[in-house]
Design a protein. Structure first.
Length: 483
């Protein structure tokens, strides 16, 4: 059923493209307005600087995009995306040393952010009534009687305006829509923030051919140290040697509140001081293909449009424009795709696009966003460097800091030995279950307690903490786990 003549999507990145897929069945035409000129292939562009850094596509996001665009996953893999099982294909340095390899239910598709966007863009271009207008900068909204009636934009030809029955704000973190609404008389939405001062620094490399014989792994991950004592600052880094299409990897170091290297020399030097020499050794075997890219645009930010007394009719928000996260948790694209799918479900049930529709969608979206948001808060609120409206009182922060890292290690340890804990942990990581629901599950609690007791008695089923200074062990410990 058609709900209107024209829907306009502001921004043609991940959230905008997913939204176009959600809107297509319900409008005569959908226009996506994008400021950048878009590349034909998988290339970086000005409006999406974060694409230089690794992007994990969580399984909830992969499914949501697949529900919006038939064949998305197959196309991503055909274009070079890698279908891997992280527990078997990733060397994971957690706790004091390397974890054991073992099979698990969770597989993931690895690719670059630019490839995800290229495949999405191709999918949108296949839709008959959807048009992507490039080189088009949105400059404002037109409003009447508590609703949005159109969009103002500018192109090389000059200023234009288009009437719209529904507008989707997918302009990302820097969206000006709340300011345009304020200029039209709406109150500024309450904005929740917590910037844990996360910095990412990344450099792209080409893998050697053939791969070194000891590299059973495709992805190398180094978690920040659990060591509370004196250690080099680099031991606090989260490190990824992240495989992407085209026989390439993105070497990335991230930290909460620390200075990170900006130059190629400093990048290589710093890499030698992380918790294992294997990261720098791996980089040494590869050929660099980029400069060093650094970003600090990583704070959690949730614009609570759902709390406006009278949210604007004819306007919805998808992606970073409404809720952006600390990228450490890899939730951005999946939350955007989840919101777009939710929008499609609401459009399918909507008789008309009135104030009730906007309020109902915002309420449902609030519930959806609360899951990734609480996960980000659970850890970021423990960092002393974090600033924002969600900064907890110092006593609460200290409790969180003291509890969250050991709780995380307990869950990771138990997941290694217990398939049920592993399944639920994978669901939480992939935004298929909330942390609260997992921790209320009696079977998970039993698994955690059992693991704790076994650990206290020194009776681990699966060995761990393999020497961090040596190569990660290739042995497969799959048979050592229990249901
Ligand atoms: C370092 C880093 C690592 C990350 N890692 C992950 C990860 O592992 N997994 C994950 O899921 N997410 C990750 N994210 C988050 C992810 O990048 C974002 O959530 C996602 O890209 C948001 O997409 P978006 O479409 O909402 O916004 P954006 O990608 O920011 O797109 C906004 C679009 O709007 C356009 N635009 C802006 N202004 C105008 C205008 N006036 N007129 C027209 N067009 C305009 C821009 O050109 C751009 O195309 C990471 C983010 C960062 C910073």
């Amino acid at each position: 059923m058609r709900l209107g003549k024209t829907a306009v999507v502001l921004g043609g990145s991940a959230a905008g493209l997913c939204s176009a897929g959600a809107l297509a069945p319900y409008f005569d035409r959908v226009l996506v307005l994008e400021r950048d000129e878009l590349p034909a292939g998988a290339e970086h562009r000005r409006g999406v600087p974060q694409s230089k850094h690794p992007h994990f596509l969580l399984n909830s996001g992969r499914r949501a995009i697949g529900a919006l665009f038939d064949g998305f996953e197959a196309d991503l893999i055909a274009a070079g995306g890698l279908h891997l099982m992280p527990s078997m294909d990733a060397a994971y340095l957690d706790g004091a040393g390397w974890s054991a390899r073992k099979r698990s239910a969770m597989t993931m598709v690895y690719s670059s952010r630019i490839l995800i966007e290229r495949v999405l863009r191709d999918k949108v271009r296949e839709l008959a009534d959807v048009e992507i207008r490039e080189g088009t900068a949105v400059t404002g909204l037109t409003t009447r009687d508590g609703g949005i009636t159109g969009v103002a934009f500018t192109t090389s030809e000059g200023d234009e305006h288009i009437d719209a029955d529904l507008v989707v704000d997918a302009l990302g973190r820097g969206s000006s829509v709340s300011a345009w609404l304020a200029a039209a008389g709406w109150p500024e939405p309450e904005t929740r923030t917590l910037d844990a001062k996360v910095t990412y620094t990344s450099r792209w490399y080409e893998l050697p051919a053939p791969r070194p014989a000891t590299w059973w792994w495709r992805h190398l991950v180094i978690m920040p140290t659990p060591d509370k004592g004196e250690h080099p600052a680099e031991h606090e880094y989260l490190v990824n040697f992240f495989p992407v299409e085209g026989n390439r990897v993105i070497a990335c170091m991230g930290s909460w509140g620390l200075d990170m290297p900006r130059t190629t020399d400093a990048f290589v030097e710093t890499a030698r001081r992380v918790r294992t020499p294997m990261f720098a050794a791996a980089m040494d075997r590869c050929a660099p293909t980029s400069e060093v890219h650094l970003t600090r645009s990583t704070g959690n930010k949730w614009r609570r449009y759902d709390r406006l007394r009278t949210p604007p009719k004819g306007l919805v928000f998808v992606g970073d424009s409404i809720c952006a996260f600390n990228p450490f948790y890899a939730q951005g694209i999946s939350s955007a795709a989840g919101s777009a799918l939710l929008l499609r479900d609401h459009l399918a049930r909507a008789g008309r696009l009135d104030a009730k529709f906007s309020a109902k969608f915002l309420a449902a979206q609030r519930k959806l966003l609360a899951v990734p948001w609480s996960l980000a808060m659970a850890r970021d609120q423990g960092y002393a460097c974090a600033e924002g409206t969600e900064k907890p009182r110092e006593w609460k922060r200290r409790i969180l800091a003291a509890v969250s890292a050991p709780a995380f290690s307990l869950i990771v340890g138990a997941a290694r030995e217990d398939e049920v804990v592993d399944e639920h942990f994978a669901k939480v990581f992939n935004l298929d279950e909330s942390l609260g629901d997992m921790l209320r599950n009696p079977r998970v609690i039993a698994g955690l307690v059992r693991y704790r007791v076994r650990a206290a008695l020194g009776r681990h089923r699966v060995p761990f903490d393999f020497d961090a200074q040596a190569e990660p062990p290739a042995t497969d410990y799959s048979t050592a786990t229990a249901r």
